[in-house]
Design a binder for this molecule. Sequence first.
Ligand SMILES: [Zn+2]
Ligand SMILES: [Zn+2]
Ligand SMILES: [Zn+2]
Length: 252
Amino acid sequence: MQVKILGSGTSHGVPMIGCTCEVCTSPNPRNHRFRPSITVENEGHTILVDTTPELRMQSLTFGLNRVDAVLITHVHADHIFGLDDLRRFNDLSGEVIPVYGDKNAVDEIRRIFPYIFNPPKQGGGTPKIDLRLVPDSFELFGLRIDSLTVMHGSLPVLAYRFNNFAYVTDTNHIPEAAMEKLTGLDVLVLDAVRYQPHSTHFGLWEAVAVAEKLKARRVLFTHLSHHFEHDKTNSELPSHMQLAYDGQTIDF
Ligand SMILES: [Zn+2]
Ligand SMILES: [Zn+2]
Ligand SMILES: [Zn+2]
């Protein structure tokens, strides 16, 4: 199994439009952050978690040319507004792509992208997707996948565990039931939007405390804002807990 960070940035991305701060103007490529998503590759198949508005640029930048299934964490714009770019992956594989989410995600994708399900007669391509309710636990391409509910402010969103790896973005509270399913991890990717606490995301030190409780062997923080200068923040963190960066790969 190989995990790739396609985007480690918060909803605005980094650099932010119109910001002249030290991080947004940094020449260090690790301070350049697309909106948040990952791929999980196993047995020659690729699962994409979330379709960000930058899916095309992420695919071109990091050589993504195959998507066999999509898992949605939740339907905020920074996680789904690149759904239309799945058209290219339909063309490349000739296959319909299953897209998994919770009931809210499935309902909202139908509402937000009506043209996908009722294509206009005058033409124009539409992605060929098969929307599915995600099971609590299932197998896909040789991976055991668990979907876990975590809280993003008052919104329940999904985190995903793939064997001994878990992707937990957009959360400021992990309920006990999910905490129990996040033990024994080799690698945990966890939300940390800025140093200070936030109403819908973990602040960095809250995220560190949660990660310590879960005892994952390695932790990478994601959904990062321009408050983090990559090298400076990493020097403040223990060596097994670091900021993720775009293009980072983790082999299992
Ligand atoms: Zn987000
Ligand atoms: Zn900035
Ligand atoms: Zn969100």
